[in-house]
Design a protein around this ligand. Sequence first.
Ligand SMILES: O=C(O)CCC(=O)C(=O)O
Ligand SMILES: [Fe+2]
Length: 190
Amino acid sequence: MKWDILDDYTIKLGKVTEVVLKGMARSLNLEDDCFLEQYGKRAKMTAKFNYYPKCPRPDLVLGIKPHADGSGITILLQDKEVEGLQFQKDNQWFKVPIIPEALLINVGDQAEIMSNGIFKSPVHRVVTNSERERISLAVFCIPEPENEIEPVDGLVNESSPRLYRKMKNYAAIYFQYYQQGKRPIDAAKI
Ligand SMILES: O=C(O)CCC(=O)C(=O)O
Ligand SMILES: [Fe+2]
């Protein structure tokens, strides 16, 4: 592994994260930096390389079980040729098409909390394929663990009450819930 390539890539993704979080704020008529302030200057990134070998029984075996990401946002580079990622909406699974070189940006639980539920952290899964192996690189952009994450002021008022409590080090809670097969975001819901 050429670590300098990953290093370079994540530095660039740091800039992408900034642009995306600013854009998300702007789309809600909020101050540009309101999500970035909670996100913090010492935010973390975790790069996860996923390898899905060929599987003779895709009807029985999933690549990744249904989950929502615990990140602020996740930046995903999908396999250039093999599909597999699916998102759930209204109890149905929708395939993500392949767009070579495109970055797929997924809203994580912590962006759902900060936006008081306006941006939803969707449940997704990866199915296996009997003919082809598949790889992906998921980079989880994670707010500074010591920071308190909560719905931003501009989104809480009489007509839209606060839906999530203040959370610190969400990643720790995330894995505890995940292992028990529960949705971690439920720990934050009021
Ligand atoms: O492999 C993919 O396309 C998605 C992986 C994923 O959802 C994850 O690592 O959290
Ligand atoms: Fe995921």
